[in-house]
Design a binder for this molecule. Structure first.
Ligand code: HGY
Ligand code: MN
Ligand code: MN
Length: 397
């Protein structure tokens, strides 16, 4: 049977029903939550119906395997705490449809993967970090989420079906289809993006310890206010990073927790995240050095203690020339004049997988460039065009 675009769209909508937020097409499906596990089980059943060998590994990555050597297609089905319906889900369901259609037609062996915790509830790209050997399972088990829960404890929720890690050499290539998540393609009116490379990222958790005290009686000059130190840290980082940045460099303070978080108490503790992204590893290094310097200055100037956690990261990753050429040929055949080459500013499992298997990525546009938000969306015609372009490239490989 040929590629079935109706079945693909139906599966995509069905996947959204696991954790549908009720706002727009949004989803709330964080890694290892009950709905994430239910979604993975449902995807596993769809893979089994397609006569693919269902394989959960110890970190919760789900594979639907077709034979001892195949092309791997996929992405992730976990979401941000407030996520859209396509981020990750699109690549998994596209992989499922292409693997299923190839199997039905007696075509080349194609397998599908659904990585776990791509959105970094615990790490950065945790499931592919572990599968590709960037970190060990034992190291992953010690990672904690914002509530202090350890990954080792929550992954036990999926351990019933877990088998061993699959060897990388079962797969001769990996292709991840994804929404762009930025405004470029939508603004340019293009339908297909062939990714040249994926940015690198660094991320750190910082704890500032001041002195909790009474907000009415503590003179300003005597305060060791953890929030004011955080605020000053942020201002200095903005100025210092701006001096190092190109137009493509980005940085985000996206998580903050002030304690005790009460209006009449001088905050005694602030914990926050800082992440920065760039395609140039040397610039990432310089920014890391800046973070360390600013931490020392804040401790000295504001009379607080500044503790830096481990600085994690993913290196910038170039996509494979042969796989990119196949995607370009297919884009030119099916979307002539409506495709482009572009770098990815978002992080993807393909950045990890590229370290062990030739890897590439195909993008479709995001309406208004919105993602990591409930109103993330893509035109149905663009979803289908992306599936067709990827399918043609996969068959040619
Ligand atoms: O953060 C990222 O770029 C990815 O969505 N995990
Ligand atoms: Mn994603
Ligand atoms: Mn994401």
């Amino acid at each position: 049977m040929a590629l079935n675009t109706d079945r693909f769209l139906e599966d995509l909508h069905c996947l959204r029903s696991f954790g549908a937020s009720g706002v727009g097409k949004g989803v709330i499906r964080p890694a290892f939550s009950a709905v994430d596990i239910a979604a993975r089980r449902w995807l596993a059943s769809r893979m089994a119906e397609a006569d693919l060998d269902v394989h959960f590994d110890p970190i919760g990555n789900l594979f639907g395997v077709n034979g001892p050597k195949s092309l791997l297609i996929g992405s992730h089905s976990d979401s941000q705490p407030e996520g859209g319906w396509l981020d990750g889900a699109l690549g998994v369901v596209a992989g499922l449809e292409i693997a299923r259609a190839a199997k039905e037609a007696g075509g080349p062996p194609i397998s599908v993967v659904n990585f776990q915790d791509e959105e970094g509830r615990f790490g950065i790209l945790t499931g592919s970090d572990v599968w590709t050997g960037k970190i060990s399972l034992a190291e992953a088990d010690t990672l904690t989420d914002n509530d202090g829960l350890a990954l080792g404890a929550v992954r036990a929720r999926m351990s019933g079906r877990a088998r061993d890690f699959l060897p990388h050499d079962m797969f001769h290539g990996f292709i991840e289809m994804h929404i762009e998540q930025g405004p470029g393609m939508d603004a340019a009116g293009t339908q297909i993006g062939v990714v040249s490379d994926i940015v690198g990222i660094r991320e750190v958790r910082i704890r500032i310890l001041g002195r909790q005290n009474h907000a009415g009686t503590t003179p300003m000059a005597l305060r060791q206010d953890a929030f004011q130190a955080l605020s000053e840290f942020n201002q200095r980082i903005n100025a210092r990073f701006a001096a190092l940045a190109t137009a493509a460099t980005v940085w985000t303070l996206g998580y903050a927790d002030i304690s005790p978080n009460a209006s009449s108490v001088v905050p005694g503790c602030a914990v926050f995240s800082l992440q920065w992204r760039d395609g140039d590893a040397t610039r990432l290094d310089k920014m890391e050095q800046t973070v360390c310097e600013v931490a020392g200055e804040i401790a000295r100037d504001l009379q607080v203690k500044v503790e830096l956690g481990d600085i994690g990261g993913i290196a910038p990753a170039a996509m494979d020339a042969r796989l990119k050429a196949a995607l370009r040929d297919s884009a030119e055949a099916l979307a002539p004049g409506k495709w482009l080459d572009l770098p990815s500013g978002a992080l993807h499992d393909a950045a990890n997988v590229a370290q062990v298997i030739p890897s590439a990525m195909l993008f479709v546009p995001s309406i208004g460039g919105i993602s990591h938000a409930f109103d993330e969306d893509t035109k149905e015609a663009d979803l289908v065009k992306g599936l067709e372009v990827l399918n043609r490239a996969a068959l040619s490989l």
